[in-house]
Design a protein around this ligand. Structure first.
Ligand code: TXA
Ligand code: MG
Length: 314
């Protein structure tokens, strides 16, 4: 187990701790210290109107941060916490505008990674933690990736190995009556509907239901493009030497020529999600002219992967 006592000391002194969670690594600061929260925005180069998720250790702490908590929230808490689900609820008045982006709502989550759990339990209060990457970059799924993003700008990086889920949490807004998914994750709409016994919609801005509305966000620096599975054989035939060096990421098997770097990921959505950010980060580090990615299925278990790929690609 990494040095939890030292990390808690750093949080108490207003410093920054990189914390492994089961989704991706987070960049954590004491959520009650505005100067500490400020540091997160500075080193991420993140605009202030992008609110932060507050991470807590136990569901007893929920009402210290949120008020008027609806029954649906408690049902989701019972079913999925600790785990990769963030709930948007009405905030308690004391919660800083720095965390909420000046809104009346707050995002809350209990992560299940044992290192995050140990840190939060020992700390005893909430930590604000966005993904531990510079604004618009790919979220880190290893301690090494965090080091690559920030070097020595973070006071301590707790190494918790490769994140189990590999994509950011599902975000569900419960402040408007019926539940709305603001960001799809590996807890799918179907899983939420099974618990809530009601329809769960995607936000109008979600690329899951509204293709074309995306902007580059979780993106490699290299120009990255999606190709439909059926178009890959033709792409491989007509691929020009001029585009090299280039890489192709697939989840099916194709006879890929040796001058094209090929990464084959799993055809199972869960395993694919676990590996895709690390794969993209490693490819990005090799400075290809282009990265091509085979499109993934339209089915619900691929919603989160499809969402992130559409934001990574042009
Ligand atoms: O899995 C995760 O959620 C990771 C780990 C570290 O917990 N965190 C994460 O944080 O992805 P971040 O800051 O990279 O993304 C959080 C998203 C942002 O898009 C933000 O706009 C949204 O959550 N968010 C946070 N608070 C919100 C609020 N009160 N209302 C609406 N959206 C909110
Ligand atoms: Mg992020």
């Amino acid at each position: 187990m990494p040095d939890i006592i030292k990390a808690v000391d750093i949080l108490k002194q207003g410093g920054l701790v990189a914390m492994p969670t089961e989704t991706v690594y987070g960049l954590a600061a004491d959520a009650l210290k505005e100067t500490a929260v400020d540091k997160i925005f500075k080193i991420k180069e993140r605009p202030y109107h992008h609110p932060l998720i507050v991470h807590i250790a136990h569901q007893d702490q929920l009402s210290a941060w949120a008020r008027d908590i609806p029954e649906a929230a408690w049902e989701l808490v019972q079913a999925f916490w600790p785990g990769p689900l963030t709930l948007i609820l009405k905030k308690q008045p004391h919660v800083s505008d720095k965390i909420t982006g000046g809104q009346e709502t707050i995002g809350l989550r209990i992560p299940r990674h044992p290192v995050a759990q140990a840190l939060l339990q020992t700390f005893g209060s909430g930590v604000a933690a966005p993904s531990a990457n510079k604004f618009t970059h790919i979220s880190p799924t290893t301690a090494e990736a965090v080091r690559q993003e920030f070097g020595d700008d973070i006071d301590i990086i707790l190494d918790g190995g490769h994140c189990e889920v590999g994509l950011e949490s599902t975000i569900v807004d419960l402040t408007h009556g019926s539940p709305v998914i603001l960001r799809p994750g590996m807890i799918t709409a179907k899983m939420l509907e099974n618990v809530l016994k009601t329809q769960v919609d995607f936000s109008k801005n979600s690329v899951v239901r509204a293709p074309g509305s995306h902007h580059l966000h979780y993106a490699p620096v290299t120009s990255t493009f999606l190709i439909a599975t059926k178009d890959i054989p033709e792409f491989l035939k007509t691929f020009s030497e001029k585009e090299l060096p280039a890489a192709l990421v697939t989840h099916h098997t194709f006879p890929v020529p040796s001058n094209l770097v090929h990464v084959q990921l799993s055809s199972d959505a869960k395993s694919y999600a676990h590996d895709i950010y690390r794969a993209l980060r490693e490819l990005d580090n090799q400075h290809f002219h282009k990265i091509y990615i085979e499109k993934v299925p339209e089915s619900v278990e691929w919603d989160a992967v499809r969402d992130r790929l559409s934001k990574a690609c042009r």
